[in-house]
Design a protein around this ligand. Structure first.
Ligand SMILES: C[S@@+](CC[C@H](N)C(=O)[O-])C[C@H]1O[C@@H](n2cnc3c(N)ncnc32)[C@H](O)[C@@H]1O
Length: 379
């Protein structure tokens, strides 16, 4: 059993913890943008392949305390690095440092690199080389105060890079964020889901994967653990086959719409590349147009935030969204993601739920609107 850490985005820790419990990980403990767990190699493979809200999976290989910078070298030089990498492999160290013991983040990485190199030279007369671009092995050196955690990155290419997105429209959502939003919304995988401002189709694709129980790892052909000396290909094939067996054919209707012709084409390409063409319908429509058909849906939308748009237009857009939601979608539940709280006020509907997330560096709110049928009489 190894101590592991799954990294995620702010606000998705509990969702990821739930996903980890679903795959029977042990000692699941959510933290800040991370969830700790323990598991064997099989669990590490499974976590990489199955989890939709993890960014990467780290396997802790050494933890210790230091009282001065030089301790990092002396503690690390005694570690059997030859059990982690071969002399002919390349490696890279990613430092994550929050400690007064080091003035520069690069210094602990240098100390660790020297310790690894010296250990190898002493034992074999040769050492593995550092490669910052395409290393075989990636080590993460996390230092918080006096606590050092060195881990092996089993993912390397972050898990949001699913592999199905061939093209992207302006401001696409990170796939991990989209998967997290679908789960946070509590969609029951039964009622028709609609994204009326779909851009590249990320929310709809992640919703379809969720509904059909398709592992997001299915589209990737590389995970960091494949370069580990103990890589068990048969075990990984077994995990992929098991995941395939759990896929469901049935999927509720999922609708993508967008006003922009280019976004429609991009969504179609991405949906086709994910093999979800039978599950998601795509059409061009202006959400604000009174002729666009409404109905009772589970709506998840990510309208423009107004970063590049005249503030009056953006407030007009949000006012129009509110008007349409109220009049064309009675009985629906709508979830809206935006960073523009001034524009959100123009929606004119009371949000019954609010959650803070981050879209890249931008703080965003995920807002829930329950759209009632008929008017609610005031007492
Ligand atoms: C932030 S992007 C959505 C990104 C998307 N979630 C993704 O992952 O790619 C906003 C989208 O809203 C669309 N949009 C803006 N106004 C619209 C309207 N009135 N009706 C429908 N779509 C609209 C834009 O064309 C754009 O594709």
């Amino acid at each position: 059993m190894y101590n592991c850490v799954a990294k995620t985005l702010h606000g998705l820790e509990e969702v990821l913890a739930g996903e980890l419990r679903d795959i029977n990980a042990e000692n699941v403990s959510p933290g800040r943008r991370v969830v700790g767990f323990s598991g064997d190699l099989e669990m590490i493979y499974r976590a990489n392949y199955n989890l939709s809200t993890a960014l990467s999976i780290l396997r802790t290989i050494k933890s210790f305390n230091i009282s001065k910078a030089a301790d990092l070298y002396s503690r690390a030089v005694g570690f059997p690095w030859e059990s982690i990498m071969a002399v002919g492999q390349t490696f890279m160290i990613v430092p994550v440092v929050n400690s007064t013991l080091f003035k520069h983040t690069g210094y602990p990485a240098l100390l660790l690199k020297d310790a690894i190199a010296d250990r190898f030279r002493k034992k074999f007369g040769r050492r593995p080389s550092v490669d910052q671009n395409k290393p075989d092995i990636v080590l993460n050196c996390h230092i918080s105060g006096k606590e050092v955690n060195i881990s092996l990155d089993s993912t390397v290419i972050p898990l949001f890079k699913r592999g199905y997105r061939k093209y992207q429209s302006q401001a696409p959502l990170n796939e991990v964020l989209a998967a997290g939003i679908v789960r946070l919304s509590g969609w029951d995988k039964k009622i028709t889901l609609m994204d009326p401002m779909c851009g590249s189709g990320t929310l709809a694709i992640e919703a379809a994967l969720f509904a059909r129980n398709i592992s997001p790892g299915k589209y990737r052909d590389f995970f960091g653990f494949m370069n580990w000396h103990d890589y068990d290909r048969d075990l990984f094939i077994k995990i992929m086959k098991e995941a395939k067996k759990k896929e469901k054919d049935e999927c509720p209707e999922i609708i993508c719409r967008d006003i922009d012709r280019n976004s429609i084409n991009i969504s179609k390409e991405n949906i086709r590349s994910a093999g979800l063409g039978n599950n998601i319908t795509v059409s061009r429509a202006d959400f604000l147009d009174k002729n666009t058909p409404g109905g009772e849906y589970f709506i998840i939308m990510n309208p423009p935030y107004g970063e590049r748009i005249d503030p009056e237009d953006i407030e007009g857009l949000y006012a129009g969204i509110g008007e349409r939601l109220k009049h064309a979608y009675p009985g629906s539940q709508a979830w809206l993601l935006s960073s523009n709280m001034e524009a959100v006020k123009k929606i004119g509907l009371r949000a019954s739920g609010k959650q803070t997330l981050y879209n890249g560096k931008l703080e965003v709110k995920l807002l829930k609107y329950q759209l009632f049928k008929g008017s609610i009489k005031k007492k």
